[in-house]
Design a protein around this ligand. Structure first.
Ligand SMILES: [Zn+2]
Ligand SMILES: [Zn+2]
Length: 299
């Protein structure tokens, strides 16, 4: 059973529509795929409607958080998307995305880059605008060769020349909101140091004590030694260890299923969640823990 628990669609900053994402996931041989767009559940309905037989969809989101000035991402799985407190917080984060991206455009223009808001808005399309869209504009303009090259201290990395901070949720508050909505919380790429500063292990221990369910261990931004260290930390703290591609379509280099989550860990996530159930693809064959599950009001 192949399980990829972290993927983005055009509902945030991926390049596959939600329908394309689930079709591509099935074509990549996945049995379970999670849709975890940044701070939105907007892609759910389309993904569910297009879900191929044999593929199970885990609904989720990746919440933008900040701890002691350090940006971090919290994956939330199988929460009730209608739960008002979590919904309100996601809105607050999302409403900030446009002014923030506009702020980055203004800073880049001050640096002499001929970027425009119209260009970034065109690249974002219907998606919720974010740094990868600004980075794509820099590639279009020939300022940097690839999107990854824009995520450096020269341009858009945390604290870089054109960086603008955004409203981000305190992760302890995020845990309360996710739990309150019946969801399961996994700290995404906790040691992805290429993206900027990361939180110390002591903070992961505090989050674990506050109800964090797991950490994403196998991720493209973690070197093998980092993964080994995180796996040990997860065992020590009693946390689930997940793996996932953090797929963004053609915007980033990773492919669906590049890293995957152990079926036992996945089973434990589905057992802990009470806000929504995994959705088996039409045809009913389903797979693993998702098979036969009800689909409550999670679309
Ligand atoms: Zn992330
Ligand atoms: Zn992500």
């Amino acid at each position: 059973m192949r399980i990829d628990l972290h993927c983005h669609s055009t509902a945030s900053d991926g390049t596959d529509t939600p329908a394309e994402l689930v079709r591509n996931a099935a074509a990549a041989g996945l049995d379970v795929v999670a849709l975890t767009d940044h701070d939105t559940t907007r892609g759910y309905a389309e993904a569910v409607a297009a879900l191929p037989a044999g593929l199970t969809l885990v609904t989720g989101a990746e919440l933008s958080c900040r701890l002691d000035g350090v940006s971090m991402h919290m994956l939330a799985y199988l929460f009730d998307p209608e739960e008002p407190a979590l919904f309100a917080e996601r809105e607050l984060v999302r409403d900030d995305r446009v002014p923030r991206a506009q702020g980055m455009v203004a800073k880049l223009r001050e640096l002499g880059v001929p970027i425009t808001w119209e260009q970034v808005a065109r690249i974002a399309g219907d998606g919720s605008v974010g740094r990868p869209h600004v980075a794509t504009a820099l590639v279009e303009l020939g300022v940097v060769p690839t999107v990854n090259d824009a995520f450096t201290g020269d341009w858009l990395a945390d604290g870089a020349r054109a960086y603008v901070p955004k409203h981000e949720t305190d992760p302890f508050e995020a845990l309360r909101l996710i739990k309150g909505a019946g969801g399961v919380a996994v700290f995404a790429h906790p040691a992805a140091s290429k993206r900027g500063r990361t939180v110390p292990e002591s903070a992961i221990a505090e989050l674990a004590a506050a109800g964090l369910d797991g950490i994403e261990v196998d991720h493209m931004d973690h070197e093998p030694a980092t993964r080994a260290r995180l796996r040990g930390l997860a065992a020590e703290l009693g946390l689930l260890a997940t793996g996932s591609s953090d797929y963004h379509g053609s915007r980033k280099t990773c492919v669906l299923g590049e890293y995957t989550t152990d079926p036992e860990v996945y089973g434990e996530i589905t057992r802990r969640a009470t806000g929504a159930f995994p959705v088996p693809g039409a045809g009913g064959a389903g797979s693993g823990a998702g098979a036969g599950a009800g689909t409550r009001a999670d679309v």
